[in-house]
Design a protein around this ligand. Structure first.
Ligand code: PEP
Ligand code: MG
Length: 560
């Protein structure tokens, strides 16, 4: 993660944002259009023509979905084909036609038809209720057609492109095809936002929080420089060639180092993969990693009206454990709330959801959620051959850690840890570590709570910069507390993905680093090039700095 770069030295015309990862890519822009706003109702002069327009819009949406399904593969193709079937339902067109006959204009008639479908699906419950959210996307596409606006959602220009969006939500990106998307650029978002995490998971270069990207038109060529946090519009061919060359060199240097993570003097630092969705599993399993250090299980619960059942969960966990037979898998139990709201687990009336009943706190209000999940993890772990460990998000107190560990062990699971994501846990890490088996520092939330800065806001990126010396103080406190209790301490937040910062974390006493698989080779190479004493000296330099920019600059200078 490369936080905002100083503007000095930025080439004229370059758009500055927050760089994600160190990769770069060039290509034409394709924008993700926002959902259309419904205009005020208008009188309908010719109901027959209006009905014909509605039918044509729905047919065009169906055609478009079929075309995309034909070009997609695997689960994405199935989802698109299922959506096409819903949009082609004659009852939908009939309902819209009835609304037009009753005086509605096309966009309102389509909206009413989809609303009535949605209500029916929700009432049916189960699988049908899960599909209700898909209807909103179909409605928006049909309304956009009627209004002559670009289709919302992921663009499909028919060639590889740089995706430019205001911001990306998990649902927007489920169908994102890394073979077509060369890079991500978002106007909003911070260094630990969903988009930044997703870009790393896909191994894509990205620049987030890039206000200037709002004006980039479709088709305009851009060069996205993740390391610099810059987007160059109409780049000179020489700049494109230089960026590609630097990338090749960096990758070939990193590819020269393989195997378990260790410093130049042989100090072991386990390198683990972050895993956030089942489609990432083949890449994570094939990665040169000692296992999974953070298995984010929320993907199973997203876009649902009720929690998935034990059998469905067991099947998903078993797929992961089987792929990692003989290796470690750290499963994080459901982290609902704040940036990951779930209708059945998150109270709708909290004024400050990031400070509310989220993470492990959810399971106090609804114990069955955690019970079902632990039972499913235990069932999947049995006989899988994977070294399954379980950890809880958003733990603040030793008593919470102890209660969680007891519940995990009651399911026959041997290893229970907790995430250190709030300063209270970092400062009392020794007592927390005494109550469980290991600690894993979530620097994304730890930064958010240390600085009282919403991690999704690009405007607060400076405070959320993982090089902030205060954040490093908290990491050091957690590492020291863990060591005093004899418990291993790792980092699984985005800070672990930055090769220079990874050295600092190891110098602070961290024993494992978990990051997107695409980031691990450069972290491994950095470790191999430095001794533990080097790492400690770098950590002292960074902690002694007055601010994040100075910490980063001092360490970069020392690394040469
Ligand atoms: C973190 O907070 O650093 C973390 C790893 O968890 P998430 O990003 O899923 O909140
Ligand atoms: Mg977190």
């Amino acid at each position: 993660m490369t936080p905002p770069q100083p503007l000095a030295g930025v080439p004229a015309g370059a758009l500055a944002g927050i760089g994600v990862g160190s990769a770069s890519a060039a290509g034409p822009v394709a924008r993700m259009a926002a959902a259309p706003a419904l205009p005020a109702p208008r009188p309908v002069a010719d109901p027959a023509a209006e009905t014909a327009a509605v039918r044509a819009a729905l047919a065009a949406v169906v055609d478009d979905l079929h075309r995309r399904a034909d070009r997609a593969a695997g689960p994405a193709a199935d989802v698109l084909a299922a959506q096409a079937m819903i949009a082609a339902d004659p009852v939908l067109a009939e309902r819209a036609a009835e609304s037009v006959a009753a005086g509605s204009d096309g966009p309102h008639a389509v909206t009413a038809a989809f609303d009535s479908f949605r209500t029916a699906l929700e009432a049916a419950g189960g699988y049908f209720a899960e599909r209700a959210a898909d209807l909103d996307d179909l409605r928006d596409r049909a309304v956009a057609r009627l209004l002559g606006l670009p289709s919302p959602g992921l663009p499909d220009p028919g060639h590889p492109y740089v995706l430019v969006a205001d911001d990306l939500a998990p649902a927007d990106t489920a169908l994102l095809d890394p073979d077509k998307v060369l890079a991500l650029v978002t106007v909003r978002g911070g260094p630990t936002s969903h988009t930044a995490i997703l870009a790393k998971a896909l191994g894509l270069p990205a620049v987030v929080g890039c206000a200037g990207a709002a004006n980039l038109a479709d088709g305009r060529p851009v060069l996205v420089l993740g390391a610099e946090g810059l987007v160059l519009a109409d780049p000179a061919p020489v700049d494109v060639a230089r960026a590609a060359d630097e990338q090749r060199q960096r990758r070939s240097r990193a590819a020269g180092v393989r195997g378990p993570g260790r410093t130049a003097d042989g100090h072991p630092v386990a390198l683990l993969a972050n895993l956030g969705a089942l489609h990432e599993l083949p890449g994570a399993a094939a990665a040169d990693a000692e296992g999974v250090g953070l298995f984010r299980t929320e993907f199973l619960y997203l876009d649902r009206t009720e929690a998935p059942g034990a059998d469905e969960q067991t099947a998903a966990y078993r797929a992961v454990f089987t792929a990692f037979t003989g290796r470690r898998v750290v499963v994080r139990t459901l982290d609902a709330g704040a940036d990951k709201p779930l209708p059945f687990a998150t109270a709708a009336d909290e004024e400050n959801p990031a400070l509310g009943v989220r993470g492990l706190r959810t399971s106090v209000r609804d114990p069955q959620l955690l019970e079902t999940q632990l039972a499913a993890i235990a069932a999947a772990a049995r006989g899988s051959g994977a070294d399954v460990r379980v950890m809880a998000p958003m733990v603040s107190l030793p008593a919470e850690a102890a209660a969680f560990a007891a519940r995990v062990r009651a399911h026959g699971l041997p290893s229970a840890g907790v995430m250190v994501e709030v300063p209270a846990a970092a400062l009392r890490a020794e007592r927390i570590a005494q109550a469980c088996d290991f600690l894993s520092i979530g620097t994304n939330d730890l930064a958010q709570y240390a600085f009282a800065a919403d991690r999704t806001l690009g405007a607060l990126a400076g405070l959320l910069d993982p090089w902030q010396p205060v954040l490093l103080d908290l990491v050091a406190a957690a590492a020291e507390g863990g060591a005093a209790a004899g418990a291993p301490v790792g980092v699984c937040g985005e800070a672990a993905a930055d090769p220079a910062l990874a050295l600092v974390l190891v110098g602070l006493g961290v024993g494992s680093l978990s990051a997107a698989p695409s980031c691990l080779p450069e972290v491994r190479a950095a470790l191999a090039g430095h001794t533990l004493a080097d790492c400690r000296a770098l950590a002292a330099l960074a902690r002694g700095a007055a601010d994040a920019a100075t910490a980063r600059a001092l360490v970069r200078e020392a690394l040469g």
